[in-house]
Design a protein around this ligand. Structure first.
Ligand code: PMP
Length: 433
């Protein structure tokens, strides 16, 4: 076996030759060389329980997925200009999970590319240019995606809101503009206000885009009634509705396969990314037949890598594995167990102020009693959890939300380990209240 490089050598080279904007997690970064189920493994063989990786959806290096990729790689990988069964099989597997209105698939290579295509579709179909998006939303790293991602353009190095983007307030019922139960209508009115302002300038929206749980915003669950109202108002104004399912899709919500299904709406376009390839770069855009037909206006849509037989074999096997192993049901059972365990833990700690989310997509917001965010305590917790073998990530406008979005093979035992370790760290002097 090859001797692993030491962390300092890797970090020094990276500092000298890789883009400075590419951040590393943790004050003392770790080197990961293998994955297995819900675990990541460092160069010394130490196991970390991974609550961060919603990409390794069916578990790190799932043997069926690895095999599907290896076998197809040995046979053929080429572009989509030839007939090939794999792309059709993937489309079938995906469409089986969606309502019949969503009937046409484009296969792409990343979540950013999926949203980029969705935005272009909306602009071509409606003839409009303006996009409605949420405060603290993130939809990808391409130019058009950054332009609708307030998480980026309102943050460090950002250039502010572009003229064709219209940002409505983060629909956060815990610490947002409107708080408590039944805020759906009030937040939806903010979307309507943006639409009315736009109409006054003689323009109309091309699309309204949102994640069904806003991840970078800090695992913000949309208040009940918000999405259906916002969809109706967008459509009345001539716009399309895009559901960004890049983080939440493919069974993670537990009670539903897709995030939009939590809200009883049907989008015009759904974008799917991270989980679809279990780590392999494959993503998809699924839309209605009407959108697909209008988008096909004569200009060819060509994508060198999108929909290749290897990516499709992998993505098909991921979806089959979710179904075969009952991972949606596991997300529901383990997610509910974990959420109620966290709520119990919150009763014993005055800084865990809000526990939220669905299935295996949960958030823990840390504030003091006046709801002042506690980013330093959140960072301390995440670093100490890492020291004790559990990886957790942080997000939210004030960097005070711990996120839990592990591979869906996360078991009740894994959840117990997480709860036990959290409870230990919360007793440390730095966090004692
Ligand atoms: N949409 C959402 C909600 C995301 O979280 C991300 C990635 N974090 C993207 C889109 C972009 O996906 P990718 O990084 O695969 O391009």
């Amino acid at each position: 076996q090859k001797t692993p490089a030491d962390n300092k050598t890797l970090a020094d080279y990276r500092k000298a030759h890789l883009g400075k904007g590419m951040s590393l997690s943790y004050q003392d970064p770790i080197q990961i060389v293998r994955g297995s189920g819900p675990f990541l493994i460092d160069q010394f063989g130490a196991l970390y329980l991974d609550t961060v990786n919603n990409v390794a959806h069916v578990g790190h290096e799932h043997p069926h997925v690895v095999k599907a990729g290896q076998e197809q790689m040995a046979l053929l990988n080429t572009n989509t200009r030839y007939l090939h069964e794999n792309i059709n099989l993937l489309a079938k597997e995906l469409l089986e999970t969606l309502p019949p209105e969503l009937a046409v698939v484009h296969v792409v290579n990343s979540g950013s590319e999926a949203n980029e295509l969705a935005l272009r579709m909306a602009k071509v179909v409606t003839g409009n240019k303006d996009i409605l998006a949420s405060e603290m939303g993130y939809h990808g790293n391409t130019n058009a995606c950054i332009e609708i991602s307030s998480y980026k353009f309102d943050g460090k190095g950002g250039e502010g809101c572009p003229e064709h983007t219209h940002i409505f307030p983060l629909p956060d019922s815990f610490r947002g503009l409107y708080r408590g139960a039944d805020t759906g209508e009030a937040y939806a009115k903010e979307v309507k206000k943006k639409i009315s302002e736009l109409q006054k300038t003689g323009r109309a929206p091309a699309a309204f885009i949102i994640e069904p749980i806003i991840s970078c915003g800090g695992q913000i669950e949309l208040p009940s009634g918000f999405l259906s109202r916002a969809y109706n108002d967008t459509r009345s104004a001539g716009g399309l509705c895009i559901s960004d399912e890049v983080q939440v899709g493919c069974g993670r919500m537990g009670s539903t396969f897709w995030g939009f299904q939590l809200h009883d709406v049907i989008p015009d376009i759904v974008t799917i990314g991270k989980p679809l390839g279990n780590g392999h770069p494959v993503a998809a855009v699924v839309c209605t037949r009407e959108v697909a037909d209008k988008f096909a206006n004569g200009m060819e849509y060509f994508n060198t890598f999108g929909g290749n037989p290897v990516s499709c074999a992998i993505a098909t096997e991921v979806l089959k594995t979710v179904k075969r192993e009952g991972l949606q049901a596991n997300a529901l059972a383990v997610g509910d167990y974990l959420k109620s365990g966290l709520k119990e833990l919150a009763k014993t700690s005055s800084i865990l102020k809000d526990i939220r989310g669905q299935g295996l997509f949960l958030g823990i917001e840390l504030t003091d009693d006046q709801l002042k965010p506690l980013p330093e305590e959140t960072k301390y917790l995440s670093n100490r959890m890492k020291d004790k073998g559990i990886l957790m990530s942080i997000d939210g406008p004030d960097h005070n939300v711990l996120k839990i979005k592990p591979p869906l093979v996360f078991s009740k035992e894994n959840a117990m380990q997480l709860l036990g370790t959290l409870s230990e760290v919360l007793k440390e002097d730095y966090l004692k209240t």
